[in-house]
Design a protein around this ligand. Structure first.
Ligand SMILES: CC(C)(COP(=O)(O)OP(=O)(O)OC[C@H]1O[C@@H](n2cnc3c(N)ncnc32)[C@H](O)[C@@H]1OP(=O)(O)O)[C@@H](O)C(=O)NCCC(=O)NCCS
Length: 179
């Protein structure tokens, strides 16, 4: 379990049991009734890293938890999807808004003579710096790096790296202004 953590999620039997307990029970406990504390206890074993004060709110879906690192005081709001298959690394004091999606794997689609579903998938890490604010319902695609202090507007789709201390927004997310 916790002592043998590695980024390549190993599906050990104890990890699988904990994941089922998280997914079907603990993730559903509301934040206002000690849910965050309960999740912190369990997710410290399941995630690659969960630093002091990091919070995952209720209703979040977590795939490949061993690929996910949360720095100090990171806040993951409610009903967010975190796909750790290709590694998600969120640095200290960053906040991810309600119902956002962080996805780290995607279908390959370059060949036209083969069905897309048969071309396999590729993965790439999402890295979010310190003190980043991701608004509500943002989608972040594989391989994106968001610099320290950046702000991502609500409902954006982030397809490329975001410069530190800038505000971006839209579909796809584009530079709006410096902070
Ligand atoms: C991005 C954001 C922080 C910008 O706020 P702001 O600094 O007050 O900026 P403004 O409202 O003055 O908008 C500046 C420009 O950005 C655009 N913009 C603002 N939010 C945008 C968004 N989400 N997507 C695309 N463009 C956006 C505005 O249209 C405006 O463009 P214009 O100059 O061409 O008219 C804010 O709009 C936002 O999305 N906040 C997230 C709120 C949220 O999700 N809260 C819940 C989670 S905690």
């Amino acid at each position: 379990m916790g002592s043998n953590k590695q980024h390549n999620y190993g599906h050990t039997f104890p990890d699988l049991i904990l994941w089922i307990i998280y997914t079907h029970f603990v993730s559903k406990v509301p934040s206002y009734s000690k849910g965050d504390e309960l999740r912190r206890i369990l997710l410290k074993y399941l995630l690659y890293k969960m630093d002091k004060g990091a919070t995952i709110s209720s209703g979040c879906k977590i795939y490949y938890p061993q690929g996910i690192s949360l720095g100090k005081n990171v806040i993951v709001a409610e009903r967010i999807l975190l796909d750790g298959k290709g590694i998600i690394d969120i640095d200290a004091d960053s906040m991810i808004g309600f119902e956002s999606i962080l996805i780290t794997s995607t279908y390959n689609s370059t060949r036209k003579d083969v069905l897309i579903r048969k071309q396999g998938k590729s993965k790439a890490p999402i890295r979010i710096g310190k003190n980043v604010w991701v608004g509500t319902r943002v989608t972040i695609l594989p391989g994106v790096e968001i610099g320290d202090g950046a702000i991502i507007g609500a409902n954006s789709v982030v397809i490329k790296d975001v410069t530190p201390n800038t505000v971006v927004g839209g579909v796809p997310a584009r530079y709006i202004k410096d902070r």
